[in-house]
Every structure is written in structure tokens, then in C-alpha cells.
Design a protein around this ligand. Structure first.
Ligand SMILES: *Cc1c(COP(=O)(O)O)cnc(C)c1O
Length: 472
């Protein structure tokens, strides 16, 4: 007789189930390079057929794993593939999966320092490492979030609290035409409505134009508004452009504005001292978004924000309640005082375990390699007939379009779109596009830790063959 009210498994069963799951994951990862980079995405019928009532009785694990690994996981963008050059990749390192197993297995309460002090200290350590790599001062405090979007949100809330207080409607903020859409969304969530968000045009390299930014600030001041925040990008999602961070920082200091840098794509390159000149001015940010699930290769679900005046991050979030364990010791970082979550997972463990197992040196080597691969591929692709390189890599992302004599802009856009589709359909590399500078561009983003020279050779080869077929 099973005891229906008990949800425990025996140690033997837990071991057996754990081994079954681990076996599937390892088999999946061992063959990741041979799996199509984009599964069969015509899945509407599949999804309809999957709708089912909640199971009244439990089932065994194996058939569930069969469905997951054989039917459902393959019907997706293979974001873990070494050939995934779409959007902004990352890959998802295995230590992240191990950390999740540990964190969920022991299920400790890591949002509150007094309840798991040593575990919270691990998270504080990692935030401190990030701070040092970004060269921010010791006053900085940070927060692991679910992603770059929520990191941008936290930063906007800090800026709003510090700069505007209760005067929300007078505040105006500035971003560029190339800024990630999560910034506008976060502004709205933070109470800064779209009529107070100014979109500044970019220069020929897709960087925010300082002269226009200055004009916009002046014109808002003249209209009685309170300019309070500039959001710049350390690597835009469209073309990888790094805004003139140093000039924007200087302008913000002069004008008394908060400068937030969205480094969700590019900030991790600051780990490499030789690449820091590409991000000059980044350490001057008032706040900075990093996205460990992109440039630190952590599995999805981990972003991070660093705030130079750590007190601003705390002031925006700190609350007390009589039922909460008291954190008397101000010396120790207490996550729930710095962010919106109370109960939550253990994001710090994922990043901590990855850095402890690999060491920072290997991370730097991997990041530097991704940039070198992008530079090399961009050079070869730019040399192909019919290719115009609109945005050579500033970091590890480049964007281009197809062109031939007599082609209309609409024909070029269609051809560039066709190129993405044809290359991706071949199953080895996945590239996506964007609208920038008035046309449709193909973009290649090298940031998965699994992407190596072999995939970039294939990328160049498949682009060359398909471009030539389309333009002939
Ligand atoms: C990906 C990205 C974001 C959003 O981050 P998520 O982790 O997807 O929420 C914000 N800004 C930039 C520049 C990005 O590339």
C-alpha cells in the first residue's frame, strides 16, 4: 500500500530518477552539434494536441522524458547549439544546470541573509567579482535578476527614486532608436510613460548622437520638464553598436542626469582587459545591466544589475516587517533589501559554480575568442560579392545586407531576408535579422561559448553559397 499523502521518494528512487534525467541531458549535450539548429517550428497542431486536463494520478518518469527529449525539446530554436548565432546567444554552461539541481534539491532560503548566511555570501561574492571586472567602485551594490529586462527595470526605478521622488510626471528620459525594447517597457512599468521617453537618432555607426541628446535635454528643460535619465547601450541588439559611453557620462554629470548603461549584450567583454578600450567609459555608469545568461554563458534565467551608489538600490527596495528575521548586521549583503523578490531561486549559485569550476581566465579566453571569430568571419563575409557590411563588429556582432546593381531597396530587403531563411534552413547555423538604418539587415552574433572556428567557417560558407544563389 502506498501512503497517498506522502510525496517522498526513497533514496533509491531519487538516485534512479536523477540518473535517468542526467543521462538524457548528457546525451542531449553530447550530440548538440549534430542536432538541427532550428527544429520543426510548425507546431500549432502539436500544441493543440498537447492540451490536457491536470493528471489525477501520477505516471512514471520515463515516458515523460521520452516526450520531452524526443518530441518537445527538438521542436524549438536550438539556443544551445554551437551554430546558434541568432539574437544574442550564450549557450548555457553545464555548471549552471548542476547549480540548479543543488539549489532546488536543498531548497534553502537565499533571498534573506539571516536564513542562509553562507549561501548568500556566495552570491555577494559573485556580485563583487562582477563589480571588480566592471571597474565600479566599492560603493556599488548589485542584484541578480531573471534577465536583462528586469535589470534595466531595477536601474530605472533607482534613477526615478533618486532623481524624481514623487514628481514622476515631470521626469523625462532618453534612449536611442537602437535601444532594446525592454527599456521602454521597463520605463512604463516604472511609471515613466511613453510621452516622457525621448528617442534620440543614431550616427552612421548606429551610436546615439550626443548633439541631438543635448538638444533634447535642453528642449525638455525649456518646457519645464525634469530630464533625469539617459539609457545608453554597451552593444545594441541590432548591430552591436557601443554608444559613446564616456561622452554620455560626461554630459550626464554636467546636466545632473543618471546614466544607465544597458550592457546586456556587451558588458561581459569588459572582463578582458585588452578589450576594455572598446567599452571606454563603462566604469563611469551610475548603473549597469549585465546579462549572465548571455555573455557569461549561464542558462536562461539570470541577469544582473550593478548600481554605483549601492544605497540607491537599497533605498528603492528596502522594507521591513515584524514577521521577518532581523538582519542586524549591515556588513552583510541581504538580497531582498536590494530587489523586489523575497522567496526566489538561487541565481548566485549558478554563476558562482561556473566561475569556480572554469576560473575567470578561461572565461576571458572564451570571450576574447568569440570576438576574434566575429572579426574574422565579418572580414570574409564583407569580401563576398553582393554583400555590404553595414555594421562591422565593434564587439562580436556584425550586420550586413545584400545588394546588386539595379536592385530596389525592397528587393534588397527581401533578398537579405531570403538569405537568413536559406542559411538557417540548412540546419547548421542560425542567423536572424533586424531593421536598422532604414533597411533590413542580416546579423551574426557570436556569443555562445560553444561556437568555435568550425561553425564560423560553415557560417561563411553557407552565406557565400546562398548569397550567390540569391543574387545571380
Ligand atoms: C537581451 C537584451 C536585453 C533583454 O535581456 P533579457 O535577458 O532578454 O531580459 C536588454 N538589452 C539588450 C541590449 C539585450 O541584448
Amino acid at each position: 500500500m502506498t501512503d497517498a499523502a506522502s510525496l517522498e521518494f526513497t533514496p533509491r528512487d531519487m538516485r534512479r530518477m536523477g540518473e535517468a534525467v542526467m543521462g538524457r541531458v548528457v546525451d542531449h549535450l553530447a550530440t548538440i552539434g549534430e542536432q538541427p539548429v532550428r527544429g520543426d517550428m510548425d507546431a500549432a497542431d502539436l500544441c493543440r494536441a498537447m492540451r490536457e486536463p491536470a493528471p489525477e494520478l501520477g505516471s512514471t518518469l520515463e515516458p515523460l522524458l521520452d516526450s520531452l527529449f524526443e518530441e518537445w525539446i527538438p521542436r524549438s530554436f536550438n539556443t544551445a547549439s554551437p551554430g546558434y548565432l541568432a539574437f544574442v546567444p550564450g549557450g548555457g554552461v553545464f555548471p549552471g544546470a548542476l547549480a540548479d539541481l543543488i539549489a532546488s534539491g536543498v531548497n534553502r532560503y537565499t533571498g534573506v541573509w539571516p536564513t542562509a548566511p553562507a549561501l548568500v555570501q556566495l552570491e555577494a561574492n559573485v556580485l563583487e567579482w562582477l563589480r571588480e571586472w566592471m571597474q565600479l567602485p566599492p560603493s556599488t551594490r548589485g542584484l541578480f535578476t531573471t534577465g536583462g529586462s528586469m535589470a534595466n527595470f531595477a536601474a530605472i526605478v533607482c534613477a526615478r527614486e533618486r532623481q524624481l521622488g514623487t514628481e514622476l510626471r515631470r521626469g523625462a528620459m532618453y534612449l536611442s532608436t537602437e535601444t532594446h525594447h525592454s527599456v521602454g517597457k521597463s520605463a512604463k512599468l516604472a511609471g515613466i510613460l511613453p510621452d516622457r521617453v525621448r528617442t534620440i537618432a543614431v550616427d552612421g555607426a548606429f551610436r546615439m548622437r550626443i548633439d541631438l541628446l543635448e538638444e533634447a535635454i535642453a528642449s525638455d528643460r525649456a518646457a519645464g520638464l525634469v530630464p533625469f535619465l539617459v539609457v545608453s547601450s554597451a552593444g545594441t541588439t541590432n548591430t552591436g553598436a557601443v554608444d559613446p559611453l564616456r561622452e554620455i557620462a560626461a554630459l550626464c554629470r554636467r546636466e545632473g542626469l543618471w546614466h544607465h548603461i544597458d550592457g546586456a549584450y556587451g558588458a561581459s567583454f569588459h572582463l578582458c582587459p585588452e578589450l576594455r578600450p572598446l567599452l571606454a567609459g563603462l566604469p563611469e555608469a551610475d548603473s549597469l545591466t549585465l546579462d549572465p545568461h548571455k555573455g557569461l554563458f549561464i542558462p536562461y534565467g539570470t541577469g544582473a544589475v550593478l548600481v554605483r551608489d549601492g544605497e540607491a538600490l537599497r533605498a528603492a527596495h528596502a522594507q521591513t516587517a515584524s514577521y521577518m528575521p532581523e538582519s542586524r548586521d549591515a556588513e552583510f549583503y541581504d538580497p531582498h533589501q536590494y530587489g523586489p523578490d523575497l522567496s526566489r531561486g538561487f541565481p548566485g549559485l549558478r554563476v558562482w559554480l561556473a566561475f569556480k569550476l572554469y576560473g575567470a581566465a578561461r572565461y576571458r579566453a572564451a570571450l576574447a575568442e568569440k570576438r576574434t571569430l566575429a572579426l574574422d568571419a565579418a572580414r570574409r563575409i564583407a569580401a563576398l560579392p553582393h554583400v555590404v557590411m553595414d555594421a562591422p563588429p565593434q564587439l562580436s556582432l556584425f550586420a550586413f545586407h545584400l545588394e546588386w546593381p539595379g536592385a530596389t531597396p525592397a528587393q534588397q530587403d527581401a533578398a537579405t531576408r531570403e538569405l537568413l531563411e536559406r542559411v538557417t534552413r540548412r540546419g547548421k547555423v542560425f542567423i536572424t535579422g533586424c531593421h536598422a538604418g532604414g533597411r533590413f539587415l542580416a546579423r551574426v552574433c557570436v556569443l555562445s561559448f560553444r561556437t568555435r572556428k568550425a561553425q564560423m567557417d560553415t557560417c561563411v560558407e553557407h552565406i557565400a553559397e546562398e548569397a550567390s544563389a540569391i543574387c545571380s
